[in-house]
Design a protein around this ligand. Sequence first.
Ligand SMILES: [Zn+2]
Length: 463
Amino acid sequence: MNTPSDIVPFPIVDGQYRMEREPIVRIGVILREDDKAEVRFAVPGAGYVLEGSEGALPAGEVLSVRVEAGTLTLANTAGAEVAKAGVLRIMPPAGAQGRKAGDGVLVKEMVAGRGFHWKKLIDQTLTGILEFRADGGRVVLVNELPLEEYLVGVVTGEMSGACPPEFIKAQTIAARSWLLAQPVAPHAGEPFIWCNDDCCQRYQGTGGWSAEARDAVAACRGEVLITPSNHYCDARYSKNTGGISEDAENVWGTPMEGLVSMIDAPKGSAVERFFPVTESNIEEYLTGDWLKETDCFAGPNVCRDDELPQYLGRVDEPGTYFRWRVPVTQETLRESLVQRAGITDLRDVLALRPIRRGRSGRLNQMAVDYRAADGQRKTHLLNSEYNIRAAMRTSFLYSGAFIVADQRYAGEALASATLVGGGWGHGAGFCQIGGLGRALKGQSYAEILLAYFSGVRIERIYD
Ligand SMILES: [Zn+2]
């Protein structure tokens, strides 16, 4: 099954966004780029079969799928061949569904955090159908399962299953809406539609499941954010707004229905005087004394930094999400600007100059003044929030809402500086830590979602 680049996974025809039944999703969980010639797994009990064959697979035994010249070989623990084909589908017993953490087939050493500094190998347990495919000399694994079961894996992968139920419902509906809203298949030409990582949505099977998370997902089954024009809301989300969320247009260059900059705090909050954040008020917004008492939902007075780790996803790194400081030097800047912004003739960085910010203070245009290899003074423009964050640090800067402080010079060149910033991620749409703060303050999932997505409504689109 190939997915051409113009396919809309869930098209809305004639304004009809309701569905007759819960959809099945196909998620790529081991990809070509993971470069695996062999995958080991174990089925948890009786009744798992290889599609098209009679006998059950041996339970509890570590089986392997190896690829050679485009053909997969399924072997048992002793290494004896069980089956050989281009596609192998492992089918669960009829009626099987995930109920608790660890349910499903155990797949060893899967990649999490592709392309990020925290990339690691973890064992995962997966419900639904496992479809192994040969891709040249590599194994690709597709997990085919009902949308709702997938979503329990997403909400417990993005954040922890220990979060309050109203938060989990809000995160679930955002994740469900995002998935349905995608205007084109994100992985054109692949045998799956979405992948299991931050490129799409983080999904790590049943490993992080909790009864609370499963119940919260079930309680909002089929509920989706619908925009005023009767489309699924492209409900983007990120970790922390920093106090004010961003307009979609300032992140992705195009406006998106419902994703409009807003103040992420109760009415009358001190943060209101910074709306919009501009070059003249951003220093006070990021560092002022008002922060000590701030009631911003994503701030440390609502959910303390030391309480946050229990709520974050299993592969998230602890950090200060609301306000942060990142020291940089001439050497680190040169390295990231050459590697990630492609300024190959850079000899010395002279200055970093903010040019244009969105309403949350996130930069979407910045100038880098530098001395080139030939001695000429030059300026390189970084356009887009993403490119700016990529260029400031080899491991990606937390957000685009920052100022350049504590500048020290060696002659004309910038010797060192501190990037002082706020928020974590693009900041448009749903804020995970702010949503958590709102839930801890007693808000319902509908209140939370309608705060972050303006003008949308919540509808159940299948039973
Ligand atoms: Zn993806």
